[in-house]
Design a binder for this molecule. Structure first.
Ligand code: GRG
Length: 296
């Protein structure tokens, strides 16, 4: 399997499905729809949807069955980035190499575009009655997993602890909390949703969930490391901003080398956990390696 081709092909599948699922830009309210399109198509890696597809495959399922759910996840992720960039939060000017949503559309429209993306995601999630491969109970479970991961005890919870910790000297437990909630929760939920929609039995679901926890934390540690050693142009955003803002990061608590060691250790753990899943899990293995070695 060639990872680059796999990522490109699956990214294109998601981009096309997102085009079909998002409200038409020309429809009223056009300003809102344009703002939603702007950030969704500003060039994200689509790593959460791709992880969902790969987890579905690892569980023996059909990728087509996860596409709407994978798009809903990307809509939730994009809303979180739009809100995170606002002046009231990180106040960032660039995201995905483009001016941030509020820089183009203004704060109020950016807030509403985020709100609408989050809400439309649940329209997409709850509107899948026609797929005969997915039972209503599986769909309900997937919606609950995603809602919890996005909410107060998931991503939003991680975000507020992150904000509260700025400029403090956080301990490792607090950094772990921030990372596993702010970033890890949606990654774990993507993998769990893929597993369930792919028909995973309880044993496979448990293995893929453990994989998701390790991969989610590794993703955020890699993000912390990139903020120090990354290339601004490849990342599409300013580097060094974590340190400038006194953010609670792994390198701030453990140093750069120990952070790199932890990311590799988590990758190895993730590989060990899914070794019983054989060839079907090969995309997940390679994506786990990409997560810690990526340059953007
Ligand atoms: C505002 C509720 C709320 C939550 C914000 C996601 C998030 C929580 C904050 C973003 C801050 C940040 C840079 C976190 C680091 C990890 C992360 C989510 C990076 C961006 O995700 P990628 O790398 O981005 O998947 P692309 O652009 O490829 O989709």
């Amino acid at each position: 399997m060639e990872l680059k081709a796999y990522l490109k092909q699956h990214r294109q599948t998601i981009d096309q499905a997102l085009e079909d699922l998002l409200p038409d830009k020309k429809l009223r309210p056009t300003q809102l729809h344009e703002a939603m399109h702007y950030s969704v198509f500003a060039g994200g890696k689509r790593i959460r949807p791709i992880l969902m597809m790969a987890a579905c495959q690892a569980a023996g399922g059909t990728i087509e069955d996860v596409i709407p759910t994978a798009c809903a996840m990307e809509m939730i992720h994009t809303y979180s980035l739009i809100h995170d960039d606002l002046p009231a939060m990180d106040d960032d000017d660039f995201r995905r190499g483009q001016p941030t949503n509020h820089k183009i559309f203004g704060d109020a429209t950016a807030i509403l575009a985020g709100d609408a993306l989050l809400t439309e995601a649940f329209v997409v999630l709850s509107a899948q009655q026609n797929n005969k491969n997915i039972s209503a109970e599986t769909q309900r479970r997937v919606i609950e997993i995603i809602a919890r991961a996005a909410g107060a005890t998931g991503m939003v919870g991680g975000q507020i602890v992150d904000m509260e910790s700025e400029g403090t000297q956080p301990d490792l437990a607090t950094v772990d909390y921030i990372h596993t909630h702010k970033t890890g929760a949606l990654i774990l939920a993507s993998i769990q949703a893929g597993a369930l929609l792919g028909g995973a039995d309880e044993e496979t679901f448990t293995a893929l969930s453990s994989f998701g926890k390790s991969a989610g934390l590794a993703f955020q540690i890699a993000d912390d490391i990139l903020d120090i050693v990354g290339d601004q142009q490849q990342l599409g955003k300013d580097i060094g901003s974590d340190q400038e803002r006194g953010k609670a990061t792994y390198p701030a608590v453990l140093g750069l080398n120990e952070s790199k060691r932890r990311a590799s250790e988590l990758h190895q753990q993730a590989l060990d956990i899914i070794s019983p899943l054989g060839d079907a899990a090969e995309p997940l293995r390679q994506i786990s390696g990409y997560i810690i070695n990526r340059s953007s």
